[in-house]
Design a protein around this ligand. Structure first.
Ligand code: CMX
Length: 134
């Protein structure tokens, strides 16, 4: 497995606009992209700090996985995403070692990356994403 760095940390928020008051006005970060990922029923806002990004996630509907997360656990860290070289091979390797995959094959996520999620029940409670820029 060839993980290179933490690509982003996903944070579930009820409102991007409200959360921006903290990330922009208080921490002084600059939002460089806002994108709807319709497939995942979320609207995302990205902030970059060094090589790592913060991805704020606002649910677009009540049946969004992020809406469900906020309802159950409140706003907060939703997932951690590792950049990997060779995502297909990594998924095969991880699955072969008994970790439950949410996505058996990579799919397109925000910023056009190939992404796949690992189930939090197999990863010590942390929803984990692998992603690769191709
Ligand atoms: N982190 C840690 N645990 C989580 C979690 C998260 N983000 N989301 C859910 N869970 C836990 C729940 O607390 C629950 O635990 P208990 O059984 O102990 O209560 C368990 O996982 C099952 O949760 P659920 O609410 O019943 O939800 P589902 O099983 O229907 O779905 C999950 C959970 C992780 C499989 C689903 O949210 C998923 O497929 N996520 C991947 C896709 C995603 O999150 N997309 C949004 C972001 C997309 C993007 O970044 O672009």
């Amino acid at each position: 497995m060839n993980l290179s760095h933490i690509e982003h940390i996903g944070i579930a928020v009820k409102s991007l606009k409200e959360a921006a008051k903290y990330y922009e006005d208080i921490l002084g970060l600059e939002c460089y992209a806002v994108e709807e990922v319709k497939d995942q029923k979320v609207k995302t806002a990205f902030y970059k700090i060094g090589e790592t990004k913060i991805e704020l996630l606002e649910p677009l509907s009540d049946d969004s996985p992020v809406a469900k997360f906020i309802e159950k656990r409140g706003e907060g860290i939703h997932h951690i995403a590792f950049a990997v070289n060779g995502i297909e091979k990594a998924l095969e390797e991880i699955s072969g070692k008994g970790v439950k995959l949410i996505d058996k094959q990579p799919r397109k996520g925000a910023e056009g990356l190939d992404i796949a999620f690992l189930h939090p029940k197999s990863t010590f409670g942390v929803l984990t994403e692998l992603c690769e820029k191709k």
